[in-house]
Design a protein around this ligand. Structure first.
Ligand code: NAI
Length: 792
């Protein structure tokens, strides 16, 4: 046999990583851990302990504490006490702590990689070469942000105490994604790792001690979902950051709705992996290995739906099968293993159940004949082909090494199939044509699109979802904003519940009648009568009757949403064109300035009315200016790739306007939404809905496409319900009182739409620092990162 032949037929021998350091560390703690609170190990106050096991052997590794509400209380208290000092620490001093964390993780990288692998079951190659290096990079990068915070985020302040709940698939990496931006921006943290994988978080707690992090800045409470629930519900927590299942994301959204807690959610995915006929198929197959078999497919952004152009489907499947036959499944500490163990029996059971269901739905199941370990929790790499797009395996997250394959004919069909999901976390596009790739990438509804590459991450590039994959970003500038809020907003006073609300006795509902000034709803560029046929009286400052406003209902909102959806061309028009339309709008409002101010005076007084119309014209000018300047960025991650961060519109936004400043308040919300390319359904101020009459003339004469703005007047709290619940609206902005802010959050849980509210706080719309600019534009957009490799 020649050397070459020998080389090709050689068997792999065992190549286990040495676990000694990690085991010594565990033994040093007698394999039993309490919580890490206020810089010290604490025995659980009430809860007991549970075991953390190695999924590749079923053996117990260590015992950890089950956090109770009392433990969470102690941790939140420690974080609260630590917050003022940590927040006021000089940025440079905070930066040094993060820098020290990065160095310490590097120093302990082997221990951390082994702990991760034995606790989670992932191959050591991955924990050593992917997870830990990314953790290190995250702390270094955010040490830099801590240093630059004051100059780059002036006017912003930390949220306070942050509760962070992370999953088991990338335990230490998710910890880094959560803790680094939170503490870099001056927040303090209570983090709960997943019950299956608490060990690296506990090792990280020791790193906090080692580098001299002030006690209470980072607290780690272990436990299951009930511990997470206690953290979510704790009134001393200002923000919750969660990564995990969409189901739990919904529960958390519901649980936080009645509070002022900020919330960011990174949830599930069913990411498409689209291969065009001109793709380099061998590269695509290697991409697929990383896309679906990384971490046994237990990856939220796994490329779990393979969409192949019909002409190459057969050849590609052949190549995939060959490659699958060469994958090695086995003990994850072995350095030559591709696929390790599934994290827990319940997850293995779920994978089996879903694959069976896929087969029952008509899919063809193929698994390579490869050697499988005799014990431990393993599932072979699996290809399901002939999958129907509506099948459960094409729609639900399997979270296992299972690929569901489908075919398409044209790029348009590929986009349609790719977007045929409630999720929107990530996508891959494989084509040698950069034009096709970028054209398709732009149309995919996903927070990350990898072109000719897959599963690349970097601390500088935001990661997060569209639609039911959640909202908020981790990484990059946008990730930091999740942990900051405008200083003025944090201190703004709460609007008294009844302020500005119409006086019921003054507002009588009656059948449409001829009063001097009756306005109509504005839907699809037309003035339409309300479905109910009713109007309500609008009275001035002194109780005088000013006119009748239409009493909109659910049906009117639905019609408005339909009209807004049809006006999607607005999002496709160039930013330059949008700017032109807004400038034109400002001009048209200027022409009618006096007349509008005269009418508005009846409700807000002459002085404010003149000021308000003038400020409104200025505001339109501002957003006309912004329309072509709120650009994204190009990141340079430490790989031969560029990541293009695009600020994309969210879609259709429902807006409930404030009662004060009926014109300026409305425009301050509608304009950023329009400038960013969204369409909108607006519920105007209840006190002065007659403003519609002035606005539709301005809109009509400004070249705004029909349906880009739709206005439905009525009782805000009633219309808000339809707006918040409507599944075809992508976001709801509610700037009324506290009750409505809470309702906007709780009623929109269904499709997890993004919610932006004033939390019932007063905003001075006349003050441009409060009422206009980036804060609004950031909420009117979502960042999509498109990764493009370069070089041979
Ligand atoms: P999960 O969403 O239940 O767990 C994630 C974290 O949330 C854990 O720390 C857990 O203790 C905590 N948690 C559970 N219930 C909670 C509650 N009511 N309040 C607060 N925290 C709570 O995910 P699970 O059950 O481990 O996995 C089930 C499925 O979820 C997976 O098969 C996968 O489809 C999906 N998943 C998605 C992840 C992602 O990264 N997007 C990560 C983990 C799971």
């Amino acid at each position: 046999m020649s050397i070459a032949e020998k080389f090709l037929t050689m068997e792999y021998g065992p190549a286990p990583e040495d676990p000694k350091d990690a085991l010594l560390w565990l033994d040093g703690h007698h394999r039993k851990f309490g919580h890490f609170i206020d810089g010290a190990w604490r025995q659980p106050i009430e809860g007991g302990f549970f075991d953390s096991t190695d999924p590749s052997t079923g053996e117990k590794i260590a015992t950890v504490a089950q956090g109770s509400a009392a433990d969470v209380e102690a941790a939140v208290q420690a974080a609260r006490n630590a917050f003022p000092k940590w927040q006021s620490l000089a940025p440079h001093a905070r930066a040094r702590h993060l820098y020290a964390m990065a160095r310490a993780v590097q120093r302990h990288s082997r221990r951390l990689a082994v702990l991760e692998t034995i606790d989670n079951g992932k191959p050591i190659r991955e924990s050593r070469d992917i997870d830990i290096p990314l953790v290190v990079r995250h702390f270094y990068h955010h040490a830099g942000w801590a240093q630059l915070l004051e100059s780059e985020f002036s006017g912003y302040t930390a949220c306070g105490v942050v509760g962070q709940i992370i999953p088991w698939n990338f335990p230490l990496l998710m910890l880094a994604w959560k803790i680094a931006p939170a503490i870099a921006t001056g927040n303090t943290v209570v983090l709960k790792p997943a019950e299956f994988t608490p060990l690296t978080a506990l090792a990280f707690a020791e790193i906090c001690q080692e580098i001299g992090l002030p006690p209470g800045v980072v607290n780690i409470v272990t436990g299951d979902g009930s511990t997470g629930e206690a953290l979510v519900k704790h009134s001393g927590v200002d923000k919750i950051a969660f990564t995990g299942s969409t189901e739990v994301g919904r529960i958390i959204r519901r649980a936080t709705a009645q509070s002022h807690k900020r919330l960011s959610l990174e949830l599930g995915g069913k990411s498409p992996f689209v291969v065009f006929e001109d793709a380099d198929l061998d590269s695509a197959v290697e991409g697929l290995v990383d896309g679906i078999w990384l971490n046994q497919g237990q990856v939220c952004c796994a490329g779990s739906r393979l969409l192949m152009q019909e002409s190459i489907a057969e050849a590609l499947v052949e190549k995939i099968r060959n490659r699958m036959g060469a994958l090695r499944v086995g003990p994850p500490l072995d350095k030559a293993i591709d696929i390790g163990a599934i994290v827990a029996p319940v997850q293995l059971e779920r994978i089996r159940r879903l694959v069976d269901q896929g087969i029952a739905d008509g899919a063809t199941c193929w698994q390579p004949q490869i050697e499988m370990p005799s014990r431990g929790l393993y599932f072979p790499p699996t290809l399901l082909s002939n999958v129907h797009p509506t099948s459960v395996v094409a729609q639900q997250e399997i979270f296992g090494p299972v690929l569901a394959a489908m075919t398409f004919r044209t790029p348009a069909e590929a986009v349609e199939l790719a977007n045929n999901t409630v999720y929107g976390l990530a996508a891959c596009v494989w084509s040698e044509s950069i034009n096709v790739s970028l054209q398709v990438a732009a149309q995919l509804k996903a927070g990350v699109v990898w072109v000719n590459c897959t599963n690349l991450f970097d601390a500088a590039c935001g990661f997060g979802g569209y639609r039911e994959s959640g909202y908020g970003r981790e990484g990059g500038r946008e990730g930091l904003l999740e942990y900051l809020e405008p200083s003025w907003f944090k201190n703004a006073s709460v609007i008294p519940a009844s302020a500005g609300k119409p006086d019921d006795s003054a507002q009588k509902q009656h059948a449409d009648s001829a009063i001097d000034r009756t306005v109509k709803l504005y839907i699809g560029g037309k003035q339409v009568r309300p479905d109910s046929g009713y109007t309500f009286e609008v009275r001035g400052q002194h109780g005088e009757l000013l006119g009748d406003a239409p009493l909109g209902n659910r049906k009117d909102i639905r019609n408005a949403v339909e009209a807004a959806r049809k006006a999607a061309s607005w999002s496709k028009t160039t930013a330059h064109n949008r700017a032109q339309v807004l400038f034109y709008m400002a001009e048209n409002l200027s022409l009618r300035q006096e007349e509008i101010a005269r009418r508005l005076a009846a409700i807000v007084g002459e002085a404010q009315a003149a000021k308000e119309v003038a400020a409104s014209i200025e505001r339109i000018f501002s957003y006309a200016a912004w329309a072509d300047k709120f650009d994204g960025a190009v990141h340079n991650p430490p790989s031969r790739t560029i990541a293009i961060a695009m600020n994309e519109p969210i879609g259709t936004v429902g807006i409930v306007c404030p009662n004060d400043s009926p014109l300026l308040g409305l425009l301050s919300l509608v304009l950023p939404v329009l400038a960013a390319g969204n369409t909108t359904v607006v519920v105007p101020s209840e006190t002065y809905p007659l403003i519609i009459g002035d606005l539709y003339q301005v809109f009509d004469t400004s070249d705004l496409p029909d349906g880009a703005v739709n206005i439905v007047s009525g009782y805000a709290s009633q219309l808000l319900k339809t707006v918040a619940e409507h599944d075809d609206l992508d976001a709801v902005w509610c700037f009324s009182d506290e009750t409505n802010a809470a309702a906007a959050k709780s009623l929109s849980v269904g499709n997890l739409k993004q919610v932006f509210t004033n939390e019932g706080r007063a905003i001075d719309w006349f003050d441009a620092k409060q009422g206009e600019g980036r804060w609004f534009l950031q909420h009117a957009t979502q960042v999509k990162n498109i990764w493009v490799p370069y070089g041979e």
